[in-house]
Design a protein around this ligand. Structure first.
Ligand code: CMC
Length: 436
């Protein structure tokens, strides 16, 4: 933590442990809870214990702020609802990476730079062909993004800010191309080249759904906007599991492509980025609104490990502000596509209604999160559910790389090295196998 940028509180935290007294400094952030600096405990024979990092601030950051009690999400100080209403993904990328909104010239230059990097090295196509054709697209994406470090040696000096910047541009620019390649590979279609006259979202739709046999179609503006919103709403989310993984991997000095691959791996799980795929699978399983009470009862049953996917959040204990935007976008997309009576969407709305009135969900503050609706939108657009987490990874890449860059640029960076509460055997003598 840099003391220059944080405010040292006049208060101290007093701790008495094992007969010793500690006066621990407290820092005030610009928003949100204070933090108690426990670093002086190291070497004193006592550690703090916080599995799952429930009460631990692992770093100082200026990028994103969440107030979970009040359902607030700010990117560099700007509310997500305002960005979703007035901004677009490219502007949000600039904001996250640079700290300020761009003026028109800065935005145009940024977009031109991203467009300059949308293609991937041609040899990467061969790399794809090493994967089984029925591999999960996330498995391909983890491997291919990690492999970027083998193709772009000229941006691997993490101590050089120019290298870091070009690596960030490359990642943000190439993620849609790689995501679409994962999809096309899985269905046996040829890879599509990016079409740089299109917007970031429009180009992704083009690479997903156009083929070399036909003229590229102009993306439907409602779908293009919905896709852009999905990108924007998933762009960053403070110190979540995947971002913390990127930071942890990066703290050892690993290259940015390897760190982002680590983030993609962490995102894959159903408790994190895999949730929107799990939501659609769950809604398919429910099948009909008449079955909802049975599933809600299962979610409440302590002896059943079933959970309502798309509900609950470690930080939001009020409605997830991203879910509000996703819900509206879901209506817009289904109306545009003539799927207004989509069975899955009807089931989702009814499930949301029942759960929000249920004592269990109210008491535990379990509200729909962003993934509750994003899967329905993606499915309506025609994207298969195994691509949902890939799209989350594509969107989140800018957040990951912004956090990585913030961390690497901090002169006080130290390798992340958590400690533990050891409960294994005490030291004992090795017993030869003949005597066991
Ligand atoms: N359905 C039923 N009960 C739930 C649910 C749920 N979706 N989520 C939490 N609970 C219960 C849980 O059983 C526990 O009950 P008890 O106190 O009686 O043991 C209590 O609520 C607290 O749950 P927790 O697992 O301790 O909370 P957490 O902060 O560790 O987990 C979560 C947060 C998101 C992993 C969890 O709510 C969950 O598994 N949700 C479903 C998966 C999901 O939608 N994930 C996407 C998160 S948003 C996208 C992202 O940021 O990645």
């Amino acid at each position: 933590m840099s003391e220059k940028s944080t405010q040292l509180s006049p208060e101290k935290a007093l701790l008495e442990a094992k007969g010793k007294n500690y006066k621990l400094p407290i820092y005030d952030g610009t928003l949100g809870p204070d933090v108690i600096d426990v670093r002086s405990l190291s070497g004193a024979g006592t550690f703090t214990y916080d599995p799952g990092f429930v009460s631990t601030a692992a770093c100082e950051s200026k990028i994103t702020f969440i107030d979970g009690e009040n359902g607030i999400l700010l990117y560099r100080g700007y509310p997500i609802s305002e960005l979703a209403a007035h901004s677009d993904y490219m502007e949000v990328c600039y904001l996250l990476m640079n700290g300020e909104l761009p003026n028109q010239t800065e935005k145009d230059t940024f977009i031109a730079t991203i467009k300059n990097h949308t293609m991937v090295h041609d040899q990467m196509a061969t790399f794809f062909k090493g994967f089984r054709r029925d591999a999960h697209p996330m498995a391909i994406m983890v491997g291919v993004v990690g492999a970027l470090s083998a193709f772009y040696h000229d941006s691997l000096d993490i101590k050089n800010p120019e290298h870091r910047e070009i690596a960030a541009f490359r990642l943000v620019a190439k993620m849609p191309t790689i995501a679409a390649m994962c999809y096309n590979y899985s269905i046996g279609l040829p890879f599509m080249f990016p079409l740089n006259r299109l917007s970031y979202a429009g180009n992704f739709i083009h690479m997903m759904f156009d083929t070399p046999c036909d003229e590229p179609r102009e993306p439907n503006p409602v779908i293009e906007k919905a896709m852009d919103r999905i990108f924007m709403l998933h762009a960053d989310h403070e110190q979540n599991a995947s971002t913390s993984t990127v930071r942890m991997a990066g703290s050892s000095g690993a290259n940015p492509f390897a760190c982002i691959a680590a983030g993609i791996a962490a995102l894959w799980g159903p408790a994190h980025g895999g949730a929107n795929e799990a939501v659609v699978n769950m809604l398919e399983d429910i099948g009909d609104v008449s079955n909802i009470p049975k599933y809600v009862a299962r979610a409440k049953d302590k002896d059943d490990d079933f959970r309502l996917m798309g509900f609950g959040h470690r930080v939001y204990k009020n409605y997830d502000p991203r879910a509000k935007v996703m819900r509206e976008t879901c209506h817009e997309v289904l109306k545009e596509l003539g799927n207004g009576n989509d069975r899955l969407f009807e089931t989702a709305l009814e499930l949301e209604r029942i759960a929000l009135e249920d004592e269990y969900f109210i008491a535990k503050k379990l509200y729909p999160n962003v993934d509750f609706y994003s899967g329905i939108i993606l499915r309506a657009i025609g994207i298969p559910s195994n691509m949902f987490t890939v799209i989350f990874a594509l969107s989140r890449c800018v957040g990951w790389i912004s956090h990585w860059n913030e961390m690497i640029g901090d002169p006080q960076l130290r390798i992340a090295r958590p400690r533990q509460l050891y409960t294994g055997p005490v030291q004992r003598e090795y017993v030869p196998i003949t005597k066991r």
